[in-house]
Ligand binder design. Structure first.
Ligand code: KG4
Ligand code: ZN
Length: 372
């Protein structure tokens, strides 16, 4: 089956064509048009500018995806689209475009939750992974831990009580003078610190753990973020400068990143024990972090838990992951009619998916119901 997928929940307009058969995926095209250079001017995503940029890019991105895949539109069997959660204006652009495409082609329209999409990225390169497993999504908007018991059955067992992990990386990056979004640059800065550490330097900074000190599988990044921001301000005052020396920035980035990875690791160990899961999927933009990948990889290796983390390209927002999630939704009978709307919140997303599932329970997965 050929799936055409679209993603526009935040600041990336993406389209992909993926061939899926018997749980095996072949990526025929993967186009991502990033708005980062635009939002970097403002130090963060400006929602209205994001919607407008999606509107400008969407047709070209979709056309490129079809061209690169070497398919004609009539080859498409289903259109999958991120409908939630995210910036509402951004989501609406992708949803409207995908609805029109599915209507014109008379193929099923499959609504996909962005977070489940991130998790499904793992299926692309690890085709043998099957539920049940534990999934950690670490992105700019989420830090969530799920016990996944079916391709479409997600039980959220933990998550951040305040800021998302990526948000903390971006804010710390900003006070350290890194361009938006700070995550990838923080990764490089911390890596430079770990090289110094390997030569014997000791890190003088210690920050509060994001692992909430109770039996839950929850995180809190706001205390950690504030502690790092205060440290940066104090260091600047002490030195009577607005720009910290590179070695201090490296040391702070290294201490922050280690604190994040160890805090996440602590809750992962507890969640692996509680669920008895033998597989861990880690996904989302922050899953690209080299130190986090190493730390979590080591935790899994020691416990003989299979560790599935997408390659770097598939960690950030993309439409390939939406195609993979859409495939399993389609097999489960989930599809939308022409009244599909976008939804900003996690709760709204769960409600829409539950109602769609109910409506389509008795339909054949391949049957098209453009209006249920
Ligand atoms: O999943 P994603 O692309 O978008 C959302 O769904 O939010 O995640 C974006 C987040 C940003 O906060 C970005 O700074 C962070 O992922 N990120 C990283 C790295 N690469 C991207 N954070 C830490 N280390 C990285 N290498
Ligand atoms: Zn994302």
């Amino acid at each position: 089956m050929i799936i055409f997928a679209m993603e526009s929940s935040c600041d990336e307009t993406a389209a992909a064509v993926v061939s899926a058969e018997n749980d095996r995926f072949r990526v025929l095209s993967d186009i991502v048009s990033s708005q980062v250079p635009i939002h970097a001017l403002y130090g963060g995503v400006v929602p209205e500018i994001a919607s407008r940029a999606h509107c400008e890019a969407v047709t070209n991105v979709a056309r490129q995806a079809a061209d690169q895949a070497g398919i004609s539109l009539s080859d498409i069997d289903a259109v999958a689209v991120t409908f939630a959660p995210g910036l509402i204006g951004s989501l609406l652009v992708g949803v409207s475009f995908a609805k029109s495409l599915a209507y014109v082609l008379n193929v099923p329209l499959v609504p996909v939750d962005h977070i489940r999409g991130h998790v499904a990225a793992a299926y692309i390169e690890h085709a043998d992974i099957k539920p049940p497993y534990l999934a950690l999504v670490v992105s700019g908007g989420h830090t969530s831990l799920y016990h996944v018991t079916g391709h479409n059955r997600f039980e959220e067992i933990g998550g951040s009580r305040d800021d998302a992990c990526g948000e903390a990386f971006d804010k710390v990056g900003r006070v350290l003078g890194l361009p938006y979004p700070g995550g990838a640059a923080m990764d490089r800065l911390a890596a430079e610190w770990y090289e110094e550490e390997a030569k014997g330097r000791k890190n003088g900074y210690s920050f509060p753990s994001p692992a909430v000190a109770d039996d839950s599988f929850d995180f809190s990044f706001s205390g950690l973020k504030t502690a790092v921001i205060n440290t940066v301000h104090n260091e600047k005052q002490k030195r009577k400068t607005d720009v910290l020396p590179d070695d201090v920035r490296r040391e702070i980035a290294g201490a922050f990143t280690r604190t994040v990875a160890e805090g996440i690791g602590k809750k992962l160990i507890a969640a692996l024990q509680a669920t008895g899961a033998d597989t861990l999927v880690m996904a989302g933009g922050v899953a690209a972090n080299s130190h986090l990948r190493r730390t979590v990889g080591e935790i899994c290796r020691r416990r003989k838990v299979r560790f599935a983390v997408p390659s770097l390209r598939l960690c950030g927002d993309n439409a390939v992951m939406i195609a993979a999630a859409g495939y399993y939704s389609l097999l489960d009978g989930v599809r939308a009619d022409s009244s599909l709307n976008a939804c900003a919140s996690d709760e709204g997303s769960a409600q829409v998916l539950a109602s769609l599932k109910k409506h389509t329970e008795n339909c054949s997965p391949y049957e098209n119901h453009s209006d249920l």
